[in-house]
Design a protein around this ligand. Structure first.
Ligand code: ARG
Length: 443
């Protein structure tokens, strides 16, 4: 008979990733996502894929609001008419003539999006499935007016988002399309920034997510790696270092703003990369940068609910003989001794601390980090947490018995020791057959 491990290896990548994505398929159903796609994204060759992925989300029951921009399309039209756009700071001045180009460009981009969405899901049984798009005067605007003597003309600001109207359409499973235009009760039209439309809509609809498509894949750290998660406070600090007119500013500002006003997760992804939306939404790690207040990954004391997750995590290691086998009963009895690392609801690391109070020493045992998350800092996080726990209960030394990972412990301050160094009760249980090495660390 095949062992579980052989079967695991035979599981195809496709099957594994489908299984991994299923929690998110369920989690996203019925949720409201606001998506921001600027005019550059619409012009990009990947636009067709983005629209197909949005259709897919709609078919999975996600309530979708798509706010789009049309800046380069507006510029093209102005150029053709021999007009130019004047800016004051990051804000354009929209004269009567410019407004005509804005209406043309925004209207035409909106129609392109609608026609693409009308195809349903290409290459699928849902091809041609009627997918409804709702658009209209859902944003009320007011003029920016005159600032420092400068009249901004038809440049507007969002005054009100008609949440009732939008929600009715979403209830009806339509995708709501928001142009970068706002209307006033006096019959005027104002040009709005797509970032403001998306931000206000996400906040006022109490959306679960804002997804911002921008040129880059997200925010990068000093080594050029994508930063996976960032708390709003740090995003705010980053904004201060950016020039208001620079490329990434508007996208990051939108994500930061929504996350400060109750939108749980704001995601920055690239409009250039095929499948970026799917990867971000249906994998645990995502592909871009997520701005969130939540504890997306946390190290904490285990509770009885974690037993199942811990078992799943340590089974493969038990089968390889790296860890000693533990039964569910034993784990349930000892759960208070465990520390776990949880990533978006999945157990990715654990360890236990068995105290020997009289001797002032504790055993660090059952240290495990999920295969896909090794090589990061998880092991260290767990060790730090365990050391704090040990201090809290008055222990001054830790020991560990290991057959496979001696170097890892040595690098973290553990020194080789004899079996005599173990507390008496533990010496009696020492399994000479396993011939584990003993390491001790003073705290
Ligand atoms: N797929 C999950 C979600 O949609 C998690 C995404 C995590 N993304 C990240 N960049 N860390 O919420």
């Amino acid at each position: 008979m095949k062992s579980t491990r052989d079967c695991l290896q035979a599981t195809s990548d496709y099957v594994r990733s489908f299984r991994n994505s299923s929690p998110y398929i369920n989690a996203h159903r019925g949720r409201t996502f606001v998506v921001l796609l600027d005019g550059q994204g619409i012009q990009h060759p990947n636009f067709a894929n983005i629209i197909n992925d949005l259709a897919l989300l709609n078919s999975l029951g996600v309530r979708l609001v798509l706010a789009y921009g049309a800046r380069p399309q507006i510029m093209e039209r102005l150029e053709r008419r021999g007009l130019s756009l004047e800016y004051a700071g990051a804000r354009p001045v929209i004269t009567n003539e410019v407004l005509e180009a804005v209406k043309d460009a925004a209207g035409s981009a909106g129609i392109d999006i609608q026609s693409r969405l009308s195809m349903g899901l290409p290459n699928s049984p849902m091809h041609g499935a009627s997918l409804r798009v709702a658009t209209g005067n859902m944003i009320t605007a007011r003029p920016v007016g005159v600032i420092d003597g400068k009249d901004f003309g038809h440049t507007g600001q969002v005054r009100k988002v008609d949440c009732d109207a939008i929600n009715r359409q979403l209830d009806d499973r339509a995708i709501v399309l928001l142009p970068p235009l706002g209307f006033s009760p006096t019959g005027e039209v104002f040009s709005l920034s797509v970032e403001e439309v998306a931000t206000r809509a996400a906040i006022e609809l109490k959306a679960d997510k804002l997804v911002v498509f921008s040129e880059r894949q997200g925010l990068l750290d000093d080594t050029g790696e994508v930063i996976r998660v960032m708390p709003p406070r740090e995003a705010g600090r980053r904004l201060e270092t950016l020039d208001e007119t620079s490329g990434g500013y508007a996208a990051l500002h939108a994500a930061w703003q929504t996350s400060r006003f109750g939108v749980n997760r704001a995601h920055l992804i690239s409009y250039q990369q095929d499948g970026a939306l799917i990867e971000e939404l249906f994998t645990r790690n995502g592909g871009g940068t997520m701005i969130t207040q939540e504890l997306y990954e946390q190290v904490r004391d285990a509770t009885i609910e974690d037993v199942g997750g811990i078992l799943e995590l340590i089974r493969p290691l038990e089968e390889q003989g790296v860890l000693v086998r533990r039964s569910r009963e034993r784990l349930e009895n000892e759960i208070d001794l465990f520390t776990v690392v949880e990533l978006d609801g999945m157990m990715i690391g654990c360890a236990a601390l068995y105290p020997f109070g009289e001797e002032g020493i504790g055993e660090l045992a059952c240290v495990a980090v999920h295969r896909q998350y090794q090589g990061g800092q998880r092991g260290d996080l767990i060790l730090q947490h365990i050391e704090k726990r040990a201090n809290r209960i008055g222990l001054n030394r830790l020991f560990v018995l290991t057959t496979h990972t001696a170097h890892w412990f040595r690098e973290r301050g553990f020194e080789p020791a004899d079996v005599d160094a173990l507390p008496r009760a533990r010496q009696e249980l020492y399994n000479w057959q396993r011939n584990s090495k003993v390491f001790v660390k003073a705290l």
